[in-house]
Design a protein around this ligand. Structure first.
Ligand SMILES: O=C(CO)COP(=O)(O)O
Length: 251
């Protein structure tokens, strides 16, 4: 019922040459992965290039961040409306690196989520606990709070046009993937929490796992009933690994 989605988050990586090589290398794996949605989130400066390269392919794309404003005196920002003009389908919001390095609070994340949807883009709402919170056993409360901030501002119905990405901070870029069992338990909790507001919306929303996903770990993770694909960092920069991850979602 839910279509798997595999999304690469390139973070602050790439050159014109590497972006060209990577997108070209992904066209065939994406074409073969019928039934799997494939997307990449390059640094915004490469969006125009990705738009050209991905034209006519099954590769969709998005931004890693967006401002809350549409236009104005906000030096250095990119608005969701501009991202839409460049053909983006998605925008990540609330990635842990934005929350930590750019002090994005739950309130800021909710405002950005709203602005992204207002521009007719699909927000990919990133949530997840730190190592300290994981060890303290508070994962479920942490993700509930992160979700609640968005529900309070935008309503549960907004999740009909959103994607959730569960990314435990301790698994991001560390090589420590959550086991399929740990990830599934949190995904089931997230879906159950959303179902408390609206069962139909909860049943349909795609919930991605992110954090050190590799070609080797993807299929087991994506085989879990509440894991609908992945948000992939490091491995999405390597065409062979990312192709294997895409294939892992086709099961
Ligand atoms: O942060 C991530 C994706 O948004 C995950 O990054 P890694 O796959 O490099 O751990």
């Amino acid at each position: 019922m839910r279509q798997p989605l595999v999304m690469g988050n390139w973070k602050l990586n790439g050159t014109k040459a590497s972006v060209e090589a990577l997108v070209k290398a992904l066209i065939e794996p994406a074409a073969k992965a019928e039934g799997v949605e494939v997307a990449v989130c390059p640094p915004v400066i490469f969006l125009g290039l990705v738009e050209k390269l991905a034209e006519g392919s099954r590769i969709q794309y998005g931004a890693q961040n967006a401002d809350v404003h549409t236009s104005g005196a906000f030096t250095g920002e990119n608005s969701p409306v501009m991202l839409k003009e460049f053909g983006c389908k998605y925008a990540l919001v609330g990635h842990s690196e934005r929350r930590t390095l750019h002090a994005e609070t739950d309130a800021v994340v909710a405002a950005k989520y709203e602005a992204i949807q207002a521009a007719d883009l699909v927000p990919v709402l990133c949530i997840g606990e730190t190592l300290e919170q994981f060890e303290a056993g508070t994962t479920n409360q942490v993700v509930e709070e992160q979700l609640k901030a968005v529900i309070d501002r935008c309503g549960i119905a907004s999740f009909a046009k959103a994607v959730v990405a569960y990314e435990p901070v301790w698994a991001i870029g560390t090589g420590k993937t959550a086991t399929p069992e740990i990830a599934q338990a949190v995904h089931a909790h997230i879906r159950g929490y959303l179902a408390g507001f609206d069962a139909d919306v909860a049943a349909k929303v795609q919930i991605l796992y992110g954090g050190s996903v590799t070609g080797a770990s993807a299929a087991n993770l994506f085989g879990q009933p509440d894991i609908d694909g992945g948000l992939v960092g490091g491995a999405s920069l390597k065409p062979d690994d990312f192709a294997q991850i895409i294939a892992g979602a086709k099961q």
